[in-house]
Design a protein around this ligand. Structure first.
Ligand code: NAP
Length: 253
């Protein structure tokens, strides 16, 4: 099983590595570019709230697939290198602009930010087809108090739903290391499975399409209540085949 990465990784170094990684993988990714269009599916406007290590890497995979992507953070002016490496379908904006832009929103922020994002943009997020919750409560980054609170609220899936009322949430990619995403996408042989959890069938269907497009195999493990297992440090964390995920889930129930 893959160990979860340190959160002490410097973001500038990440952006540099992302640019190198993307350049190195561009040739490999090229055959899959515009897959959405080839498959007859219209591209979807995808916004990321949070464009650091995980949000940057995931958003880049969607941009390389031909989807228009708007990366956002509190400091969008710092996202120029990321946008350049993600390619012509990518741009950066404020969180407000990204929320206005996206049909689908990837929420990829430190968990402490989720509550305020819900207060500021909850209504707009509830109108989206899918809010993809990649965020985790992590004690060493977010503090023990929020980790305990999230546990009391039923785990990360239900806790995010409480902070974003009405949002069509699906959790996924929560414990796949950002450094591995590019290599894992469309890997030869058996795909990497992505355990997902959600309560909204349309949002699950859309998440399923998007995950497959970027070269992973989604495995629905249950409703948002199962989101508590989609965090680092559980048996589902790291990379597993779809069959392994199903076996692990059977031991959790
Ligand atoms: N790193 C991984 O391998 C990995 C894997 C799976 C899941 N995750 C989860 O993904 C989330 C992000 O992790 P990360 O490693 O990508 O962190 P990161 O590199 O520190 O990036 C966090 C991003 O969130 C933005 N942000 C912070 N507060 C914000 C706010 N209030 N509003 C809007 N944007 C905000 C940051 O930019 P500004 O500070 O400029 O706003 C930055 O773009 C975490 O919950 C983590 O547990 C991480």
């Amino acid at each position: 099983m893959v160990k979860y990465p340190s959160f002490e990784f410097d973001r500038r170094r990440f952006l540099g590595l992302a640019a190198v990684g993307v350049a190195a993988s561009a040739a490999a990714a090229a055959p899959f570019a515009a897959f959405a269009e080839d498959a007859g599916e219209a591209p979807l406007k995808i916004a990321t709230i949070g464009a650091g290590r995980e949000g940057g890497a995931l958003g880049t995979l969607f941009a390389k697939q031909g989807h228009p992507v708007m990366f956002s953070s509190q400091h969008p002016e710092q996202l120029k290198d990321l946008v350049a490496s993600a390619g012509p379908t990518a741009q950066a904006g404020t969180v407000e602009q990204a929320v206005g832009f996206g049909d689908v929103v990837l929420l990829v922020v430190p968990y402490t930010a989720v509550e305020q994002i819900g207060k500021d943009y909850g209504q707009a997020l509830a109108a989206k087809q899918l809010v993809f919750d990649v965020s985790n409560p992590i004690a060493r980054r977010d503090g023990e108090a929020i980790v305990s609170l999230v546990a009391e609220q039923g785990g990360a899936g239900l806790a995010t739903a409480k902070r974003l009322p009405g949002a069509h949430l699906v959790r996924g990619f929560n414990a796949i290391n950002y450094l591995h995403l590019t290599a894992d996408a469309h890997r030869p042989g058996e795909p990497v499975g992505v355990p997902i959890a959600g309560d909204d069938s349309n949002a699950i269907e859309l998440a399923t399409r998007l995950i497959k497009e970027i070269g992973f195999e989604p495995v629905l493990v249950g409703g948002l209540a199962m989101g508590k297992y989609l965090v680092p440090g559980t048996p589902l964390a790291g990379e597993h085949t779809p069959a392994e995920i199903r076996q692990i889930v059977a031991t959790l129930q």
